[in-house]
Design a protein around this ligand. Structure first.
Ligand code: FAD
Length: 292
């Protein structure tokens, strides 16, 4: 049992990251036009810890909202900023029409410590944001346990604190082992967490960089995936088909257990994300030309 309702229309949200260049922004605009074909519930745009992408994130949020008319969630991290700075930024976001925030602590650069006058974790950030305005807030959850957690139980307790502080849902870090995701949802329900838990789905693109990134964030790569993607680095079309199949099967198993929403880490590419949505039965319009 997952405690989530079965037999329903699924909802998807698409995560984007802010490109570094104007050319990248133009490509992303085309990607967004394609992704809109799946009628996502909302888009979300990541934010560099320490505010490193502050202007670029804001620009992408504006661009996506302007092009699609759909809600856009602004990710916000609190490391490296004082409470007053975050509160001020949150007021500005509210004034500019942002209503959805993915509230995160973020990762400190090596050797740095949290600002004394800052929010110390995402639970404090959520409480701070709730004091500023009536944002719809999502927080991060970790089916494979956050690398800094003292234990799986303390990780779950911390997730509950974030939700109790006023977040509406948890979005999970991707985890390729579906049993791990299902067990995590069950444990969360047993711990009294009733808010929606939206699994994050990672369509595999470059397998080598996925492995590097996964080591850093505590997501494991099962052996069967190593085997499945071995030798596909130079055959992007076959890799995309396999990636679609792997993610679709994961979503189908989760749906059979009652999950009704997915957060897709698009990596700013439309093709595999859209193919997954179509395979899951979403009425995705056919797209004739996809950005590479
Ligand atoms: P927290 O939940 O505050 O803490 C992380 C972990 O540390 C907790 O799970 C818990 O185990 C432990 N912990 C922290 N405080 C306490 C406490 N007081 N008591 C007990 N345990 C504690 N990073 C970015 O830089 N930009 C992004 O846009 C971004 N988007 C993300 C979106 C999603 C959906 C996910 C899953 C992650 C994202 N991240 C992003 C990564 C995230 O910033 C890192 O995982 C970071 O290390 C932790 O952030 P958090 O909000 O989970 O922190």
């Amino acid at each position: 049992m997952t405690g989530q309702t079965p037999d329903h229309q699924i909802a998807v949200s698409f995560e984007l990251f802010p490109p570094k260049t104007e050319a990248g922004l133009k490509t992303l605009a085309r990607t967004v036009d394609h992704l809109e074909a799946a009628a996502p519930e909302y888009f979300s745009v990541t934010y560099g810890a320490g505010g490193s992408t502050r202007d670029r994130t804001a620009k992408v949020v504006d661009m996506v909202g302007g092009r699609t008319g759909l809600p856009v969630a602004h990710h916000l991290t609190c490391v490296g900023a004082s409470r007053a700075q975050i509160d001020e930024q949150a007021k500005e976001l509210w004034a500019s029409g942002i209503r959805k925030i993915v509230a995160l602590r973020g990762d400190l650069p090596e050797g740095e410590s949290l600002a004394e006058d800052g929010y110390h974790d995402a639970a404090e950030l959520v409480a701070g944001l709730r004091n500023v305005a009536d944002f719809d807030i999502s927080v991060a959850a970790y089916p494979e346990v956050h690398p800094e957690a003292a234990s799986a139980q303390s990780d779950l307790d911390h997730l509950k604190r974030k939700l109790d502080a006023g977040a509406s849902r948890a979005i999970t870090q991707y985890a390729f082992d579906t049993d791990t995701v299902l067990r995590f949802i069950d444990r969360a329900r047993d711990a009294g967490i009733t808010a929606p838990i939206v699994p994050g789905i990672m369509p595999v693109a470059n397998f080598a960089s996925l492995k590097r990134f996964s080591q850093g964030c505590g997501a494991s790569i099962p052996d069967w995936m190593e085997e499945m993607f071995a030798g596909l680095d130079d055959t992007p079309e076959m890799r995309a088909m396999v990636a679609t199949s792997v993610a679709t099967q994961q979503c189908q198993r989760l749906m059979a257990a009652g999950v009704d929403a997915f957060h897709i880490y698009t990596l700013n590419k439309p093709d595999v994300s859209l193919a997954i949505c179509r395979a899951l039965g979403l009425p995705v319009r056919a797209v004739t030309e996809c950005a590479a």
